[in-house]
Structures are given as C-alpha cells and as structure tokens.
Design a protein around this ligand. Sequence first.
Ligand SMILES: Cc1ncc(COP(=O)(O)O)c(C=O)c1O
Length: 375
Amino acid sequence: MPQLHDRASASQESVFSRMSRLAAQHGAVNLGQGFPPGAPPPFLLRAAQDALGRSDQYTPPAGLGSLRDALGADLGVDGADITVTCGATEALNVLALSLYGPGDEVLMLEPVFDVYMPQARLAGAAPVTVPMRLDPQAGWTFDLNALAAAVTPRTRALLLNSPFNPTGTVFTPDELAGIVALARRHDLWIVSDEVYDELYFGERPVSLRTLAPERTFTVGSAGKRLEATGWRVGWIAAPPGLSAGLGGVRQVTSFCAPAPLQAAVAAALPVARDSGFYDDLRAGYAARLALLAGGLRDLGATVFEPRGTYFLTALHPDWTAQTLVEAAGVAVIPGEAFYARHAAPHGLLRVAFCKSADDIHLALERLERHRRGRA
Ligand SMILES: Cc1ncc(COP(=O)(O)O)c(C=O)c1O
C-alpha cells in the first residue's frame, strides 16, 4: 500500500478542533475556538443575496475588481496591490510559498498562531520562534533584542501578528519602529497578520505597512471583520508592484475565493466603515471582555487584559483545559496549543469572549460551581 507523505503530519487535528469536539461531547460552553455566536450583520447578508445569480463564476485569481478596489480604499493602498484569498489562512500560505523556501528561516514570536509553523515547513523553510515574556504583574512583553539575536544569514522574513492572538498585544509605535529597523538592517520581508485590525480596545493599531511599505505584506480577513468566519474571504496587501508576483502561487492554491461572497464583501466594506459597524463591534466586545475578565478574576484567575483580538489569556493554579471541559463543562484552549519550541507558561489558558453574554454568564456559573465542588 502507498503511504501518506510525512508532511501529512502537518494536518493532524488541531487543538482548536479537538476542544470544539470535546465541548460538543461534554455539552460544554465553548469559549475555545474563535468564532462569533450569531449571524453576520444584515447589510452583509443582503449583499450576498444580491450577489447570488450575478457573481457566480470564477473571478480572476487576484480577486474581483470591485473587492480589490474596496479593499484598496479601506486600507489606503492601490487596489492593484491587493490579492484576494480564501481567508487569511490561504493568504498566509500563499505568502509562505511565495517568499521563502528550503534553506530559509522565518522568524516568529511564541506563543504562535497554529498555522504559521506548519505553513513555513510546507514551504520548505524553517520556522524559528522567539518567546514573548509573561510576567504575572506586567503581563506580556516583547523583547526586540531577543528577536534581533535570532536573525541569521538565512533569515528571510519576520512573521508578526498585531493585534496578537493569543496574547492580545498591540505593538506600540516604538516597538514597530524597532521591528522595521531590524527588517531593513537585514533586508527581511515582513508578513504582518492584521486579521484583528478592527478589534482593539485602546488606540487604533498602527499597521506595519505604513512604516515599511516597501517590504510589508499585510494579511486581513473579512471573516474576522464582518463576523463571518465561514465565508473564507481574506486578502494580502502587497508592497507596491509586487502582487503580480504572488499570482502564480495564488492561482494553484484555490484559484479564487467564492465569487458571490467576494462581491458581498466588496459592497459591505464601505457600509461597515461609514455606518459605525466597527465601533459598535468594539463596544460589544469591550462589554463582554469586562464581563469575562471580571468573572474570571473573582474565581481566582490572573487575567491579562488584551489590547486587541477577541481572546484573553489567564493563569489559574487549579485549572487545566482538559479538566475544565470534562469536569466544569467549559471549553477553553490550553496555552500549550501556541507553543512548539518553548515551554508554555504553567497554567496558561486562552479564553474567547466572541461569545454571547448568556454563554459567558453560563460559563462563569459553571466555573463557580466547579470551584465550590472542589472546596
Ligand atoms: C492570528 C490569526 N491569523 C489568521 C487567522 C485565520 O483567519 P481566517 O479565518 O480568515 O483564515 C486567524 C483565525 O483565527 C488568526 O487568529
């Protein structure tokens, strides 16, 4: 019998899918995987209904012209520099396959979003991770010197995420300036995963693209912005003139994203911006963050407030993700899911608040009952 190729091990069930499966099995409230509880906004659904029957055939691999233009206008770049993909996941894969290969190293921070390392390996490159520091008082901090020390003659790219899943970090302008200086000193590409660009709780995050337009590929996701993670519409904003160079890989990874959903996102992006949809989204998430963070603190957890994303990280001396899903009926993601080379901080959990307030209340009640049961 033929055998699956070794690289198929890159496609083992992810912790995210496993926790969703366990959540279903144990009837647990799922504060694990990051997807919102309800329907996308009505203006997006109406736009999709309008597009069905009108935009149903292949689009150019770089995307529907109207979506590239809408994204260009939204992001402040030329629509010609946009490549539309099937979610940010495919955008990151297209970049991995287009920017690096055997013998190259890609620098990323740990904790690390789960697709970054396998995608680098599938491209033949070696992922190299540098740990963020977690101090119970100061929270998560980033060490530019440690990142600089990890650069070798083989380093081709920095792959960064801000707002950062799972830490919730939003890099400050000074940190970004340091990152850009490092990339310029060693002539590195920057892949900037900004799927949570509209999900922040303080100052609007600065996009790396604005500081280093000549070398930054920005990755985005309509799924995250418009609460439709299953639609699979994402994008790359490439440095001026470079998007044509991504076309060869992009047309063999999936050819194009679903045409009617591209058309719907094109119509919805200006509405989302002009109607204040993102402001309302942030206000809704800020309220649920406060509810969850306060409840977890009352239960004895140390909570690290995120500056962005819809996740918080927390430490609790008595909790593990496995016991919570089995014994308390609450699913969260264990910190180890984000670590491969370095050890995860002991007791680290990622808890999603992109869930209904009712679900968050129910999860907190169950955790309280679990605590009383153990006392
Ligand atoms: C940091 C980060 N990048 C990329 C993605 C993938 O986004 P998409 O669903 O658009 O593929 C996610 C999804 O959770 C994410 O958290």
